[in-house]
Write a protein that binds this ligand. Structure first.
Ligand code: SF4
Ligand code: SF4
Length: 574
């Protein structure tokens, strides 16, 4: 601390070397930004955050200007506002005029800046040339005509997701964002994590929306349409429906989906409970084989995609399980194919997920037995909100309902998988019970619930030790894996989630993904677990019944047929 700043007549103190923007934000002052994002390196490209510094001829970008000496700053002087307005007008000069039809209508930062700066006409006409829209990815559509070259997608893909699929190409007027070797997204190294899409301020990166395809199925009498939704969806969709952020709407979602026309409504947390039970068995097998590398989770499809590309040598250490949604989907399909309810009907399986990579995962050939996908349509949390609004249902009038039998769990273990660290925590509870034949007090693992991208803990289980770790954000995962490979750390069990903070901050989640909202969503998941009467997947009677009546035992013949898969090296275009 120590450098005095006068901002719009108010005195504050700043640290030497801190940027003006950081000092402003820390003191509750706001200037608009486009290219700047928390946790990403500043670029100063958009010049939206310019401020006037006394004694300087030119305006300075506050996001990249370091404070070295006392300064007098004006953040909203007429000169600053004029400059910001011109900058937005320049961005709009060649921007398409289809806001009404744009996927980001209502959540576009360019749109709201134009509104805030009172821009009511196109004052600067620019050349608009047709651009090819890339629809190759099952998850993401890229429309370069809406790109404002802020570079947020480039930096998040490189700095947070360690993938570098997107980058600037060419110079001057030709400058644009391109993919690796200018290939369509689906032929690049993109993992479909969707973090670039959440970061993009405009409609240049949007999801492959699938909910309109539901119409062809939902009321068809010859179809049985089942839906499952992930735990992160239940505590996040509230933000888009006018509820208090963090409200758990699962009971209402069950009621809404039934009214909408789904024949069967399930929660993916049931599949997560099955995954936890199977994973605890695989953990024991892994230990018995004496591996010197941890068993690594495989529930995150973006992480799997990344590992197949960049860490083929680690594939033998990956859990051979499918993701919870694919496990649940496979069991649901088998069940309704064999029971009276599904006989003679076409089964349509829908997933509502916080994960955008689940859209690409559903098209993996390994997960399409006999040419039939286990999951037909994957909708995001955002799509669920739109579907609910379109239905015209008054949520206030609906009573919460339970999911359908028989795939319903009363445990909170599977729900924990919505946050980074939750899968590790829930799995270790079951491993502990497996080793000691006693239940671990759930609070024993609460020490891993800190707000850090990497956490580790050693749990004593009888005479054994379970050295667990959890990491989120692919760049953090890469750093950790390199340490494990060099023997700088030792672990028995490692959870990897591609998205920072896990599924709660997935690419299919509400936009904007502000840090405060992500903390609120995470707390909501932990509150569900804290308030639960049953914390373990293996303790749930309904899960036990499925094993008793159908699956017989973890790792049994049917479990292997439905839940296990194999992962293999994927060639990367670089
Ligand atoms: S989806 Fe993820 S991996 Fe693909 S371009 Fe975007 S940030 Fe990069
Ligand atoms: S695609 Fe979006 S995030 Fe990337 S540079 Fe263009 S406007 Fe910015």
């Amino acid at each position: 601390m120590g450098i005095k700043l006068e901002i719009n007549g108010r005195n504050i103190e700043a640290e030497k070397g801190e940027t003006i923007l950081s000092a402003l934000n820390r003191n509750g002052m706001h200037v608009p930004t486009i290219c700047s994002m928390k946790d990403l390196s500043p670029s100063g490209a958009c010049r939206m955050c310019v401020v006037e510094v006394e004694g300087r001829d030119n305006l300075v970008p506050s996001c990249s200007f370091p404070i070295e000496e006392p300064m007098k700053i004006k953040t909203h002087s007429p000169r600053v506002l004029r400059a910001r307005k011109t900058n937005v007008e320049l961005l709009l000069s060649n921007h398409p005029d289809d806001c009404l039809y744009c996927e980001r209508n209502g959540s576009c930062e360019l749109q709201s800046l134009s509104e805030d700066l009172n821009i009511r006409e196109r004052r600067i006409p620019g050349k608009r040339s047709p651009q090819k829209i890339d629809k190759s990815s099952p998850a993401i559509i890229r429309d370069p005509s809406k790109c404002i070259l802020c570079g947020r997608c480039v930096r998040i893909c490189e700095e947070i997701m360690s993938t570098s699929t997107l980058d600037f190409a060419h110079r001057g007027n030709e400058l644009k964002i391109s993919t690796t070797l200018a290939k369509p997204l689906n032929y690049s190294n993109c993992t479909s994590c969707g973090q670039c899409l959440v970061a993009c301020p405009t409609g240049a990166l949007i999801e492959h929306v699938q909910f309109p395809e539901l119409e062809a199925h939902i009321h068809a009498p010859d179809k049985l349409v089942m839906v499952q939704y992930s735990p992160a969806v239940a505590v996040s969709v509230a933000e888009l429906l006018g509820y208090k952020p963090g409200t758990d709407l699962s009971g209402i979602i069950n009621a809404v989906l039934r009214r909408y026309g789904f024949d069967k409504v399930f929660e993916t947390s049931f599949g997560a409970d099955l995954m936890i039970i199977e994973q605890a068995r695989i953990y024991q097998e892994h230990k018995d084989l004496g591996h010197d590398f941890p068993l690594i989770t495989s529930s995150c499809p973006a992480w799997i995609h990344y590992a197949e590309q960049y860490y083929p040598e680690l594939l033998p250490f990956l859990s051979p399980l499918k993701s919870p949604q694919q496990m649940a989907g496979a069991l649901m399909r088998k069940w309704f194919n064999e029971t009276g309810e599904g006989k003679g009907k076409e089964l349509i399986s829908v997933l509502i997920s916080s994960c955008l990579a689940a859209k690409t995962e559903a098209r993996r050939v390994e997960l399409i037995p006999a040419g039939l996908p286990v999951i037909d349509l994957v909708l995001s949390t955002r799509e669920l909100a739109r579907m609910i609004k379109l239905s015209g249902l008054d949520l206030e009038q609906l009573e919460p309902e339970l999911p359908d039998a028989p795939f319903y769990s009363t445990a909170s273990a599977g729900k924990l998988c919505g946050v980074a660290g939750g899968e590790a925590e829930a799995t270790v509870r079951t491993i502990y019970a497996q080793i000691t034949s006693t239940e671990m007090p759930p609070s024993k693992l609460h020490r891993v619930r800190i707000n850090k991208s990497f956490r580790e803990m050693t749990v004593k289980a009888g005479k054994s030790e379970i050295r667990m770790g959890t990491v989120s954000g692919l760049s953090n995962a890469v750093a950790l894996i390199e340490e494990l490979k060099m023997g700088k750390r030792n672990m028995d069990f490692l959870e990897v989630m591609a998205c920072p903070d896990g599924c709660i901050n997935g690419g299919g989640q509400p936009i904007p993904a502000e840090e405060k909202l992500i903390r609120t969503r995470t707390k909501a998941v932990y509150d569900l677990d804290n308030g639960s009467k049953l914390h373990t997947a293996h303790g749930c009677k309904l899960v036990q019944e499925i094993y008793r009546d159908k699956l017989k035992e973890p790792g049994g013949e049917l479990s292997r047929e439905l839940f296990y898969t194999s992962y293999s090296k994927r060639e990367v275009l670089l």
